[in-house]
Ligand binder design. Structure first.
Ligand code: ARG
Length: 589
């Protein structure tokens, strides 16, 4: 389906043409002055320059062509040359009726679907998920769902940090406590135990302790580096230990991401790149891309047009150890082999921008990816506390995701209990659903690239620009529909939305009509916040309509059916949008 704004533009363009002017001048925009009109066309201003005439004269000529056009309620030329448009009520209602029956509300999806790999999440094995991992999970999940809704084939990969120094630290940390374990015995010939020598909570203590120690104990730190290298070279005991760490940690990560409604198609990690590294390095050497520099192997990525210095991408350290860039490049080799993607999108902390610039340049110049493959870095800002500093627990520690979710759930729960609509066991479950919406909407409604302040009270409020407010709106519509169905019996699906009778009703329909515009914008710019802004406006419009209209007590049956059809469509659009954003509405709240 074409967008309403495009349909209107076509009418105005035709009028420009009939009046003897270039049709391209007839592009309309949503009005900046909703008190004066719904849409406006400013084409008479550039036309004045082009045709050497007063803009108001041109505007009046165009308006004359549109006067009889039944699509409009009013068309006016206003000085210096604006064309102000109001749509006929039927234009608006027939558009939203068409939306109601069209697939995806008439959204035009990609005509040539693309294959897109999204690298998001990025949790580090054996470290608890903390607030730093909340943004990649939330933003990545929303972007993934949006790409999918647009018709693309999307593969979401968590890309675990499972191959770096933290593994060596854990290995050495465990050796300190249990040097007798067979994993550390180079002569061990038997089968390693199948049971891990630690639980998830022990594991989560081992890592921070080892990490802290490595900072003050150079000898321990050197051992951890050595252990990392040995692991990466495939030492059987260390590999067996690594498998334990992975099993215990990944099970816990799956649970945590699951609580956030975040799921991955691939649970790959840096370690999965290992088999591709040797070939990739050889290829970089053979192609003359990688050169030796102070013992290390590097690829120069500086370009003459660069304004700032881009340091070389380090592929191997002088001791042969691999680095972050090495696994990222080898992972691209793997992704190319497995999926041949049109685009690889990374949702990672914006402080890693330089790393990705180096990796992308190396991948492009060496042909690891095809020239047409799009490599995109979506760098997100930091989630701060209300004090503007990175979010911490009350005692200044790193806030674990689980605690954060449970704190929001408690805040939300208090509000639910105040409302007194839900009781018993359902309270906790619904508090969990609302908490996820509060957290995700609070994050996604900000531009991803910006830092933002996490504000528990504001995010979990049922009023204002919040996730719970959106849910509340959906729940309210559900309740009206349920009451209507109770009274009217079986509800038919083909109820017609009638032409709007007042501006509030019309504004609601106009807001509905902008669904595709906003989805396209969010998709084009990889900005889920556009969808948040859209649903906030839509929710506000439907709440105004609800306050002004007697829906359930309306005596005129046709009219009432029209209202029901209208709010049903609003509910469907809101539900679709929140599903893309990655949360759901409860039945009651
Ligand atoms: N594990 C990394 C971190 O915590 C993020 C991984 C991002 N993805 C990637 N392909 N490098 O910083």
């Amino acid at each position: 389906m074409e967008k309403l704004i495009d349909l209107i533009s076509q009418q105005v363009s035709a009028a420009f043409e009939k009046a003897g002017y270039d049709a391209a001048l007839g592009r309309v925009a949503v009005s900046g002055r909703p008190d004066l009109c719904e849409y406006q066309c400013n084409g008479a201003m550039p036309a004045a320059k082009q045709y050497h005439k007063a803009p108001i004269v041109i505007a009046e000529e165009v308006v004359a062509q549109l006067k009889e056009n039944p699509a409009f309620l009013s068309v006016e030329a206003v000085k210096p040359g604006f064309i102000n448009l109001r749509l006929a009520p039927e234009t608006v209602s027939s558009y939203v009726n068409a939306m109601a029956t069209a697939e995806k509300f008439g959204l035009q999806t990609e005509d040539t679907p693309k294959t897109v790999v999204i690298d998001y999440g990025g949790a580090n094995v054996a470290k608890p998920l903390h607030v730093g991992h909340i943004r990649p999970a939330i933003i990545g999940e929303a972007v993934k769902r949006l790409e999918r809704y647009m018709g693309n084939t999307v593969i979401g990969d968590v890309h675990l940090g499972d191959w770096g120094l933290q593994m060596g630290l854990i290995i050495e940390g465990i050796r300190e406590e249990h040097p007798e374990l067979p994993y550390f015995d180079p002569d061990f010939q038997g089968e390693y135990p199948t049971e891990p020598p630690f639980t998830i909570s022990q594991l989560e203590q081992i890592y921070p302790a080892a990490s802290a120690r490595s900072k003050v104990d150079p000898e321990f730190s050197a051992r951890a580096h050595e252990a990392t290298l040995k692991l990466q070279q495939g030492d059987p005991g260390y590999m067996a230990m690594w498998h334990h760490v992975m099993n215990v940690s990944v099970a816990d990560l799956k649970k945590n991401y699951g609580n956030l409604n975040v799921d991955f198609d691939l649970w790959k990690g840096e370690s999965d790149a290992e088999p591709y590294i040797a070939g990739m390095v050889q290829r970089l050497k053979d192609g003359g891309y990688a050169v030796e520099s102070q013992g290390a192997l590097v690829v120069e990525v500086q370009e003459p047009e660069d304004k700032k210095e881009i340091p070389p991408c380090i592929i191997l350290k002088s001791d042969g150890a691999t680095l972050y860039a090495t696994t990222d490049l080898a992972t691209l080799v793997q992704r190319e082999e497995d999926y041949h993607p049109d685009k690889v999108l990374y949702v990672v902390d914006k402080r890693q921008a330089l790393h990705f610039e180096q990796v992308f340049r190396t991948a492009k110049k060496s042909g690891i990816v095809r020239p047409e493959t799009k490599l995109q870095f979506l760098g997100f800002g930091t989630m701060n506390g209300k004090d503007g500093k990175p979010f911490k627990t009350r005692d200044g520690g790193v806030m674990r995701l689980e605690y954060l979710i449970s704190e929001i759930s408690d805040t939300v729960k208090a509000r639910i209990l105040e409302n007194n609509i839900i009781t018993g066991d359902a309270v906790d479950e619904i508090a969990g659903v609302i908490a996820v919406a509060a957290l995700k909407y609070g994050d996604l409604s900000n531009l991803a690239t910006k830092d933002y302040a996490f504000d528990m009270d504001r995010f979990s409020a049922f009023e204002g620009n919040t996730g719970p407010y959106i849910l509340y709106t959906i729940v309210r519509i559900k309740s009206i529909l349920a009451k209507y169905a109770e009274k009217a019996g079986q509800m038919s699906d083909d109820l017609q939305i009638l032409p709007p009778e007042n501006q509030i009703e019309k504004d609601l329909m106009l807001q509905l009509s902008r669904f595709a515009d906003n989805i396209h914008l969010a998709y084009r710019d990889t900005q889920p916040n556009v969808i948040c802004a859209y649903i906030y406006d839509l929710a506000s419009a439907v709440n105004r309509f609800y306050h002004e209209t007697r829906i359930l007590t309306e005596a005129d049956e046709k009219k009432q059916q029209g209202y029901i059809a209208l709010i049903t469509l609003v509910k469907r659009v809101l539900e679709t949008c929140i599903h893309i954003l990655g949360f759901e509405a409860p039945e009651k709240m």
